[in-house]
Design a binder for this molecule. Structure first.
Ligand code: GAP
Length: 438
């Protein structure tokens, strides 16, 4: 079977209105992307599925913290000091690299991976990835604020607000989805690594000593989640962090990786962050962040198990995993899980004339109340379906001459191409049944 390549994915995403280059009429802006009509729906469906998988639990609640936070937050978190990449320049061609991404044999000769010249790479310097801006009209050091490089800190500084207002008891979690910004040295691979992206993070607060158990629990939950999204299990794996890979705040960590066309890469990180964050915020703010356990009369700083996923990266995973060249029928199909498909059904009159278009439009209006649908009367019926196959629409409905006689239509399945005939009044129920059981 022909494999999905990044070129094919990027071309399909553009052709079918999933993702466009940002500011395209001005030549684009490096690594910035805009989500078109189907992209925004697909991303929203992934986000909603994540949100429900977290907040439908009785022990997890949501939060939406501000992107701009007090600058001291980033001192306490360690980002001002540690959130750096080693940046290396080529003196000849001016290309820039992350030192850790240059193959060791090239680094030994200080050879540029771009132009091939030797002895041309500079010494590495620490480059902080946080975007800086100014709060208020005066551009001075005192008014520097940062665009958050992760959503997690908004949760940590609010954890007692959430706990006291909801009266949740440890263990409990706080979930958040939102934009984060990193001035990446080497963004790339389409929407895999960008400077502006969205995270879906959940921080789970547990009693110290119970952290190991909860780390295991969330690791397994997160793998199950990706399988429920319809991702092929053989393309997913865990990557446990070795001691020398661990972030400065972590006691134990594990990534969920996916096999992209450019290799196995991180999709999500699960970390046992201990009480590092709460301890630091307590120290830097001077405010007690102790949790009071009224059952045992104990006061302590909870340990935190973090699950941190990229929304855009998950969408890329979903696109790559769903891409299927059906050579038997000369078509490209996005085999999206029906739960994620931006449009659930397309309604096509066989021809525009003889009253078929009017019936198809009425069916479209009726179904619109149940799930997202599209009406399409343009071009041959085969072409119309192939267009929808590329968008990932799981069901196709054709209104033909028989519909005028007995009020039945055909219902086509995107993947098997099986067709059944049924009364159009039964469509909503049938499609809803299939969506539920998929
Ligand atoms: N709070 C922990 C944290 O931010 P991370 O491993 O730096 O951990 C978590 O990021 C997830 O966010 C990654 O697994 C990835 O899915 C996503 N992510 C991180 N940087 C990204 C970028 N530049 N572009 C797109 N997604 C990114």
């Amino acid at each position: 079977m022909p494999e999905a390549t990044m070129d094919k994915i990027v071309a399909l995403a553009k052709r079918r209105g999933f993702v466009f280059p940002s500011s395209e009429i001005y030549g684009g802006l490096n690594s910035c992307w805009d989500y078109g009509p189907f992209g925004v729906e697909l991303k929203k469906n992934i986000q909603e599925f994540w949100w429900r998988s977290m907040t439908l639990r009785p022990d997890v609640v949501g939060l939406d913290a501000s992107i701009l936070m007090h600058p001291k937050v980033w001192e306490a978190s360690g980002h001002v000091e540690n959130f750096t990449d080693p940046l290396v320049d080529c003196r000849q061609c001016k290309a820039r690299f992350r030192e850790d991404e240059i193959p060791p044999e090239k680094m030994a000769k200080r050879q540029c991976p771009n132009c091939g010249n030797k002895d041309t790479l500079t010494e590495a310097r620490r480059f902080n990835l946080m975007f800086k801006t100014f709060m208020g009209p005066v551009e001075e050091d005192a008014s520097v604020v940062y665009l958050r490089p992760e959503t997690a800190q908004g949760i940590y500084v609010n954890y007692l607000n959430v706990q006291t207002t909801t009266r949740l008891k440890v263990p409990f979690g706080i979930a958040q989805v939102g934009k984060a910004f990193r001035n990446e040295i080497t963004p790339g691979n389409f929407i895999f690594r960008t400077r502006e992206f969205e995270q879906m993070e959940m921080q789970f607060f547990v009693k110290p000593g119970e952290d190991g158990k909860w780390f295991e629990y969330w690791r397994n939950q997160r793998m199950e989640y990706y399988q429920k999204l319809g991702i092929r299990p053989e393309k997913l794996r865990f990557h446990p962090h070795e001691k020398d890979e661990l972030a400065h705040y972590a006691k134990e960590a594990c990534d969920v990786q996916y096999e992209f066309p450019f290799g196995w890469q991180e999709l999500e990180g699960i970390h046992n962050r201990t009480d590092f964050d709460l301890k630091r915020h307590q120290e830097y703010s001077g405010k007690s962040l102790l949790y009071f356990d009224d059952a045992t009369n104990e006061k302590y700083l909870p340990f935190i198990i973090e699950t941190s996923a990229g929304l855009n990266r998950t969408m890329l995973t979903v696109l790559v995993d769903a891409y299927w060249e059906d050579t038997a029928h000369e078509r490209v199909v996005l085999k999206l899980h029906p739960r994620l498909a931006p449009i659930k059904a397309v309604i096509c009159p066989l021809v525009k004339k003889d009253g078929l278009a009017e019936i198809a439009e009425k069916i479209t209006e009726d179904l619109r109340w149940h799930f997202p649908v599209l009406y399409d009367q343009q071009g041959g019926i085969g072409k119309r379906y192939y267009r929808q196959d590329e968008i990932g629409t799981p069901y196709g409905i054709t209104v033909d001459y028989q519909t005028k006689e007995d009020q039945t239509v055909t219902l086509r399945d995107r993947d098997t191409l099986d067709q059944i005939r049924l009364p159009y009044t039964a469509l909503a129920q049938e499609i809803e049944k299939r969506l539920r059981s998929a």
